[in-house]
Design a binder for this molecule. Structure first.
Ligand SMILES: NC(=O)c1ccc[n+]([C@@H]2O[C@H](COP(=O)([O-])OP(=O)(O)OC[C@H]3O[C@@H](n4cnc5c(N)ncnc54)[C@H](O)[C@@H]3O)[C@@H](O)[C@H]2O)c1
Length: 421
């Protein structure tokens, strides 16, 4: 494992033991205040106002400045969860200095979620040296040659191409781009070119590339014969209303939205590219396509369940299954001669304790944050460490992987719909 990640684990266990040592609820002002800082402020009275970034106390890790672009609402936004992890000091190489939130600090400020956001902002500002800004243009520009700066872009997918342009203009030399990065291959390709022309590295938030169940299954499959299937489930209610709302909100479709993580695994680890696909076969018994009206009344056609097997020209075979109403877990299996010989799930038994703890702290947060918590940390740590030191972000998907993943999604969607018609 990377040294940087070992440091993260060490700081995490230091954090865990400090929590159990300090204990007092009265010194923990809010659920999103850093527990490490709260522990310190209880133990060392008067230190709190000058202590903002726990990692500086525990390690001498070189840090990169991180600008979070597109935070989203507390409990709901992916960006919000990234912020919480950095504020907790769980990402030693990152120094979160600014949170850019165009909507909740602008047109959406008076919405219910905007009011929630303002309350969270107040709590964070009281405890951390973090600035909240409406636009990247409000940020002081730095020289990327002397000041390593990451933009963690987690806006709506359709807004992310413009946010990348503004992040480059603000002097960010490394971009952590949430998946899928852009609505179309053409847009992501042009973002890739823009970044390259400005000497900016773009790494993608495909956290399943670094997660435990994937590495366990890949490890088993490297030593045993069998077909690997990556399975991803969501917990939507199986009704026309619930799925219609899901199809409308995730209008890029099942493959570019939910199953995109699995496609990134295929591109990263199974040589899958559009040109290298020899065949794709839909599992007609498992799969289902529906045309449903969303809340706006507009109808959309999408898969509510899809399973398929790809065989590559280089002789690899791998399957993916995704089900909008299958539950809230992800796992992978290895099947040989019709018999399942290996299965590993996320979360595993060890992680269930961690999931319960985080859920207790954030009972209303999106449930998918909890089992993926360690993987979000790992990707942020590797990207920040790359920006601060130049050390390769091992296992993290590059924008080339991101482009090919979207290409595969655009290729497979009509092909699978045709097979299921
Ligand atoms: N890696 C993962 O596991 C994972 C999980 C979820 C989302 N994501 C990705 O993260 C990114 C952000 O997703 P999200 O679910 O946090 O999105 P979100 O819509 O909740 O928030 C993103 C941004 O959208 C803006 N916004 C929110 N409501 C708006 C409104 N009504 N009108 C206009 N703008 C509004 C806000 O500025 C916010 O910062 C996407 O690229 C998504 O694909 C990744």
């Amino acid at each position: 494992m990377l040294a940087a990640v070992r440091t993260a684990a060490a700081s995490k266990s230091a954090f865990a033991s400090m929590r159990s040592f300090s204990g007092s609820a009265s010194i923990r002002p809010a659920r999103w205040a850093s527990p490490v800082i709260s522990g310190l402020s209880g133990g060392l009275s008067g230190v709190r106002s000058s202590v903002h970034t726990p990692r500086r106390l525990f390690s001498t890790v070189k840090t990169a400045e991180v600008i979070l672009v597109g935070c989203g609402a507390p409990d709901k936004g992916m960006g919000w969860y990234h912020a919480v992890q950095m504020l907790d000091g769980k990402v030693p190489s990152s120094n979160l200095t600014s949170i850019i939130e165009p909507y909740f600090l602008g047109a959406g400020a008076s919405s219910d979620a905007g009011v929630d956001f303002a309350a969270w902002q107040g709590e964070v500002e009281a405890d951390h040296e973090v600035k909240f800004l409406k636009s990247l243009s409000d940020l002081p520009v730095v020289d990327p040659k002397t000041s390593p700066r990451v933009a963690l872009i987690s806006g709506r997918t359709a807004d992310n191409p413009a946010l990348l342009t503004s992040s480059i203009a603000a002097g960010c030399n490394t971009i952590y781009l949430e998946k899928p990065g852009a609505p179309t291959v053409a847009e992501l390709q042009s973002m890739k070119q823009e970044a390259a022309a400005n000497n900016v590295t773009v790494l993608m938030g495909y956290n399943k590339n670094v997660c435990k169940y994937v590495s366990k299954v890949r490890d088993f499959a490297s030593k045993n014969e069998g077909l690997v299937t990556f399975v991803s489930n969501n917990a939507y209610e199986n009704t026309k209303e619930s799925l219609g709302e899901c199809f409308e909100r995730n209008s890029e479709g099942m493959l570019k939205n939910m199953a995109i993580h699995e496609l990134a695994l295929l591109v990263s680890f199974y040589d899958v590219t559009v040109e290298n696909i020899a065949s794709v076969v839909a599992d007609k018994e498992f799969s289902s396509v529906q045309t449903l009206a969303g809340p706006s009344g507009e109808e959309r056609t999408d898969f509510d369940k899809i399973k398929f097997t790809i065989t590559t020209k280089s002789g690899k075979q791998v399957s993916v299954a995704a089900d909008r109403c299958g539950g809230s877990d992800s796992y992978a299996t290895v099947v040989n001669d019709g018999k399942e010989i290996f299965k590993y799930s996320m979360p595993d038994e060890e992680d269930e304790i961690m999931v319960a703890e985080i859920q207790g702290r954030f009972p209303n947060a999106m449930p998918y944050f909890f089992p993926q918590d360690p993987d979000y940390i790992t990707v942020k740590e590797r990207v920040s460490s790359f920006c601060a030191t130049g050390k390769e972000a091992e296992g993290v998907a590059t924008i080339d992987i991101g482009v090919e993943t979207l290409r595969v999604a655009e290729f497979l969607t009509p092909e699978l719909q045709k097979q299921l018609a």
